[in-house]
Design a protein around this ligand. Sequence first.
Ligand code: FES
Length: 341
Amino acid sequence: MSFKVTVLPANREFTVEPGQTVLDAALAAGIVLPYSCRNGTCSTCEGRVVSGEYDAGPAPARILDAADLARGHTLLCQAHPASDLVIEAREIRMADDIVVRKMPVRVLSLEPLAPDVMEITLQLPSAEAFRFQPGQYLEFILKDGSRRSYSMACARAEDHRVRLHVRHMPGGLFTSRVFGEGAEPLKPREILRIEGPLGSFFLDPDDVRPIVFLASGTGFAPIQAMIEGMLARGDTRPATLYWGGRRPADLYRQDMALGWQDQLPGFRFVPVLSEAVAGDGWTGRTGLVHQAVMEDLPDLSGHQVYACGAPVMVEAARRDFVKSCGLQPDAFHADAFTSVA
Ligand code: FES
């Protein structure tokens, strides 16, 4: 049985077919609600059910707090209606020409950026325009049907090519192939299948508040795309990038980030290491990357934050920035991928 869902405050309606989640049905109807992982781990799709019955699944109880659950908050990527629903959720403005598609892609090159980070360049079919917002991601659909998510590390598909940053997860089905291990290493010319672009992690063009970009490890990839997008548009909003890693090799594109300081007035780059040792010769900031933000900007009430990286870092930043630095909850935008090998 299908059910009607009304989204407040925009007062938009769509129908959820049997088996669909609220999020999937909204996206199919062209209504973009915030989302990232689509598997109940990141909480980006949190919304509130104002009225109606639904099956929330087990995920919300694991990641939302009890008070919010009692007020009807749930994860819309997991929720299945059992009656017509009225929900509250933020709607995202997406360019009309961005269409989610499945397509074959050819591996063009594999270039190591660090001992455990590989940049993959993919050649997209020349007949298809692959348009996306800088910050969005794509999914590889593997032969067994499982999926792996990677953000585009570029602002647009120049010459029908996109670049991704893949971190090595030892023993994993996909990333081991990327790093040339096992019986079937990934090689240039191999054809893979993708779906994209996906996600709602991209800059709000109408929000003029100063931006804090927060990245750990390969969470740099979508941030690189966003900043390259700012460069291309001549977007001079004040912005600071805090990029955290354990050791210097984790900050594998420091030169690029330092270069942005010369190209974008108002842009600042702050690299932070959490496990620097004497032999690293590191003279920069140390500690947890989100704490470096809090030291520099104890009042974040007038800022917006775009964070991508390890879920533990993203969640600590969300909690501490809102509780201790006065950040408006809706000014925190995040992409937190669980690392799947
Ligand atoms: Fe729903 Fe991540 S928890 S999109």
